[in-house]
Write a protein that binds this ligand. Structure first.
Ligand code: HEC
Length: 181
């Protein structure tokens, strides 16, 4: 009887642990998806995305982001947290030139990859960045396993947003500059 109780306690612990693991999924969970939706709405409000988005002069990029890129940065407030928002527009297409993108940005826009610095403690090992990858219409893109690319994307995995960005010089996870150290 005692032994049976132990088994029951053990099974309950396993179930509990399993639930905690799901609740604490580093990315792609409901919390992250909802947060990414609010972030997209904020980007549209600030003209960083959507049909009235500010256009800058695109530059030539490198993989894994697009052939041609645009970068916009602004401090914004989401859910009472004010942080840096970095928006990268990724353009692609065969033999694509900067002039093509300037003249028809919508035709070549493939994805919008975003980093937003959330509240301290959100992801202290990784400078509290929230990552998201959106399709041009604002819907979230998925990884090959069907997980939405939003949150602490691919935390602990050998490839993906965090694994690659942690190699950025300055230790701020940002490649283009070291202002957010
Ligand atoms: C294999 C490496 C790699 C992966 C994976 C990667 N990035 Fe990047 N990312 C870069 C490099 C290199 C740059 C800077 C060069 C450039 O402008 O493309 C960059 C630039 C950026 C920037 C502009 C800020 C900066 O760091 O300069 C954002 C925002 C961004 N990436 C978001 C993401 C998101 C979101 C993901 C995951 C969905 C992701 N990246 C995955 C390498 C990577």
């Amino acid at each position: 009887m005692k032994f049976r109780n132990k088994i029951i306690t053990f099974s309950a612990a396993v179930v509990l642990l399993g639930c905690t693991a799901i609740a604490a999924a580093p990315f792609g969970g409901d919390d992250s998806v909802d947060y990414a939706k609010d972030l997209w709405a904020l980007m549209v409000k600030h003209n960083l995305a959507g049909k009235d988005a500010i256009m800058t002069r695109p530059y030539t990029g490198m993989p894994p982001h697009g052939m041609i890129l645009e970068l916009l940065e602004q401090k914004v407030t989401l859910h009472d947290v004010t942080g840096e928002l970095v928006v990268k527009r990724n353009y692609g297409g065969d033999g694509l030139m900067i002039g093509d993108v300037i003249n028809s940005p919508d035709k070549y826009l493939q994805a919008i990859t975003v980093m937003f610095r959330r509240e301290a403690g959100y992801d202290s090992d990784n400078n509290d960045w929230f990552y998201a990858k959106y399709a041009p219409d604002g819907s979230l893109m998925n990884n090959p396993k069907g997980m939405a690319l939003a949150g602490r994307v691919a935390k602990g995995m050998p490839t993906g947003c965090i694994a690659c960005h942690q190699g950025a010089e300055g230790g701020d996870f940002i490649f283009n500059h070291d202002r957010y150290k």
